[in-house]
Structure formats: C-alpha cells, structure tokens
Write a protein that binds this ligand. Structure first.
Ligand SMILES: [Zn+2]
Ligand SMILES: [Zn+2]
Length: 203
C-alpha cells in the first residue's frame, strides 16, 4: 500500500504524489500547498480560522468563496488549488477506467449520476463514516470530482462551502455541488458527448 503522508517530506516532489499518498489533512507547505481545515486548537494557535492548520498562512478570501456563486467557480477553484489535496486531484492523472466509464455517458446522464452520488455521500447530515465515505481512487469519476471540489465529506463542505454539518443539503446546495463536480469533470474529461453517438449518427 502507498505510504500516506501527513506532512509530505521536502525530498518528495509533488509530482511523485498520487491520491493514495495523501488525505484531506495532508500538507506540503514548503511548496505552497496547504490545508485550511482549521480545528479549534489550530485556530487558537494561529489566532484565526481559515488559515493553514500547519503553517498558519492566510491565503483564502473566504468571504468571496463562501458566496457559493457558481459564476465565480474559477476563483473558487483557484483558491482550492492552494490545498495539497485539491491540487493533487486537479493535476495528477485519473485512472483510465474512470475516464472510459465517464465517456460512456452523455453530459446530462453524468450530471444526473453525479447528483445522485453527491446526495448519497453528503446529502444527509448524519453519516457515521464522514470523511471516509468517498473513495480516493477507482473507476468513478465523480469521486475524483468530489475530492477536487471539496464536496467529498461534510467537513470539507463546511469549511470550503460554509454548509453546516448538522443540516441536510437543500436542493439548491446539492445543485451547486453538482455544478462544481461537473465543471471538474468537463475539464478533466474533455469530449463528453451532449448526445449518444448513435443519436448523433441519426439524421
Ligand atoms: Zn501551510
Ligand atoms: Zn473531505
């Protein structure tokens, strides 16, 4: 099994890391890749929430990110890429099976599929497995999208999207998460069809 790092040692380049080497809390601060999941303890230590839990750096415009404006997704994603875990999911290769499977569906089918998965993984406030419910790798593209967009668990959802852990998601919140996931999928898996190819072939 791949070694999981809490703090990635300086001699291991980011390019050598895969999702199996990291978890939500991993950091590589010397390369500018942090983790903004501040606990009460770290918030006390650094005198503020929303800073890197390891080095205390403050990089995120939380007010703007927490508007949850899908039209500002580019800014949200750029902000997220300051975290090691999101960076890895945006930049390292995705398993071929996940891409092949995604390409079997049309965009609309994928969207419906993504929304269903999001609902089952993070829709409810009650999940005893929170933080572990979304596989890190495998053949499901939506799982990659979830880690990349901080819609993987209720903890990530809370600090990135300001959605409180003790509330079930509203349909509007679920739609927002689905849009984020789809933007990721469309960037990482280009050439998703609008229609089935057999339909395209018909006149
Ligand atoms: Zn840091
Ligand atoms: Zn998470």
């Amino acid at each position: 099994m791949a070694k999981k790092f809490k703090r990635v040692p300086p001699d291991i380049p980011v390019s050598d890391l895969s999702p199996l080497n990291i978890s939500c809390g991993s950091t590589k601060c010397d390369d500018g890749l942090h983790c903004f999941k501040t606990s009460e303890r770290t918030a006390k230590k650094f005198g503020s929430h929303g800073v890197c839990k390891e080095c205390g750096t403050s990089l995120i415009d939380w007010k703007r990110v927490h508007l949850n404006d899908i039209n500002d997704a580019k800014f949200i994603f750029e902000s997220m890429k300051n975290e090691l875990i999101r960076h890895i999911y945006w930049h390292t290769p995705i398993e071929q099976d996940a891409i092949t499977n995604a390409l079997k569906s049309t965009r609309n089918e994928l969207r419906t599929h993504a929304k269903r998965i999001l609902k089952s993984k993070i829709g409810s406030s009650k999940n005893a497995w929170d933080g572990r419910q979304t596989p890190m790798t495998g053949n499901e593209i939506v799982h990659y999208a979830q880690h990349a967009t901080a819609t993987c668990c209720r903890k990530c959802l809370e600090y990135w999207h300001n959605i409180k852990k003790d509330e079930d998601l509203t349909d509007e919140q679920l739609e927002f998460c689905t849009e984020l996931a789809m933007l990721y999928i469309e960037e990482r898996v280009p050439n998703i069809d609008d229609k089935r190819s057999e339909e395209n072939g018909k006149s």
